[in-house]
Design a protein around this ligand. Structure first.
Ligand SMILES: [Zn+2]
Ligand SMILES: [Zn+2]
Length: 352
């Protein structure tokens, strides 16, 4: 549920971001002109001074610059250029004003122009605008400044043939690098999403193993309690060795035994008060005297092995606890001896 909502939210966010950036990002055009001057010299000029229109094809275009035959603003339904579809590649140069950008662009496109260059109105210097011109069939259309446009118009009016190449410049936006901001936002979004997903995954995993560990611990504890009940329990009588000896003490409470005390005899033959040794064993498993693992000796393994190999039964043995139900499997090599005394204490004589 939560992930669905997050997904929806991220889609909306991405969509908004995309809409915003495509609306605000614009491409510059590198405009290169070449002509032969009156001294028969070839002049080449270029500047990154054009802006592709909002609905323009952002592509390279090349051709002879051509002005409208009548009105320099290139409006109206009549053929406005003395050109045909089979003319050599040409680019229309038209002044802003009188009609929409779309009308100017379509008038030139229908007569076969490779591209349409619209220059700004008088008095606007070299200012340009990000034109909007729907329904212009993916035509290459750029705007240049008034001064740049007028310079080319004058050349053509003086019968100078001007060749123009329009190259795609670079993306720009209202703030310096919209595109980078766009990609940066997406990258940031991906990183944040991945981090959250990773965090959720790790937390869930940890919670799951914690619960499993807790369950295993509880099961182990109940098995241990059952196993401890199987240990021999005696009530000491007057005259028993334990009640008369001055050296025999319960190692847990450090008190001498009295007649009537209930004691538990461990598998290592050490004895302790029943009330003392039972919580001790549940907590620490081992005999306080010889450190022998009493619970292991009773068949209660310390930890269940989650990754044991079920597919190779000949290599494992099953240790059953109390009811005969299979509880733990351990490799045969680990069960060499039925006696679990700690070797470090083997040399010491057993007391008690
Ligand atoms: Zn005791
Ligand atoms: Zn012992």
């Amino acid at each position: 549920m939560a992930s669905g909502k997050t997904q929806l939210l991220s889609c909306l966010l991405l969509g908004c971001l995309f809409q915003l950036s495509t609306g605000l990002v614009f491409w510059t055009a590198v405009v290169e002109i070449s002509y032969t001057n009156s001294q028969n010299e070839t002049i080449d000029k270029y500047c990154e001074c054009g802006i592709f229109g909002r609905n323009a094809a952002v592509e390279r275009a090349q051709g002879v610059v051509t002005l409208p035959s009548g009105d320099p603003k290139g409006c109206g339904p009549d053929p406005v250029y003395s050109r045909h579809a089979d003319s050599p590649p040409w680019i229309a140069l038209v002044k802003r004003g009188n009609c929409t950008f779309s009308e100017k662009i379509n008038a030139a496109r229908l007569q076969g122009a490779q591209a349409v260059v619209i220059y700004n109105v008088d008095g606007s210097g070299n200012l340009t605008q990000h034109m909007s011109h729907p329904d212009t069939a993916n035509t290459v259309a750029i705007m240049i400044g008034n001064l740049q446009g007028m310079e080319i118009v004058k050349l053509i009016q003086n019968s100078t043939g001007v060749q123009m190449i329009i190259e795609v410049g670079s993306p720009h936006g209202p703030w310096m690098d919209t595109y980078w901001l766009y990609f940066l936002s997406i990258a940031f979004f991906i990183v944040v999403t991945a981090s959250i997903a990773y965090f959720v995954f790790i937390s869930a995993n940890r919670l799951y193993s914690l619960r499993r560990h807790k369950r295993a611990e509880n099961r182990l504890k109940s098995e241990a309690k059952k196993a401890i009940r199987r240990l021999e329990v005696r009530t000491l009588k007057r005259g028993d060795e334990e009640t008369t000896s001055e050296v025999l003490l319960c190692a847990v409470c450090i008190e001498a035994y009295k007649a009537g005390d209930v004691v538990t005899v461990l598998t290592c033959d050490h004895i302790f008060h029943k009330a003392c040794i039972e919580p001790w064993l549940l907590e620490r498993r081992t005999c306080p005297m010889c450190k022998c693992d009493i619970l292991k000796a009773l068949g209660v393994e310390e930890e269940s092995k989650p990754e044991f190999n079920q597919s190779s039964p000949p290599e494992v043995t099953v240790i059953t606890v109390a009811g005969g139900e299979a509880m733990y499997e351990v490799p045969l090599t680990d069960t060499a001896s039925p006696h679990y005394d700690n070797r470090a204490f083997e040399g010491e004589p057993a007391r008690g």
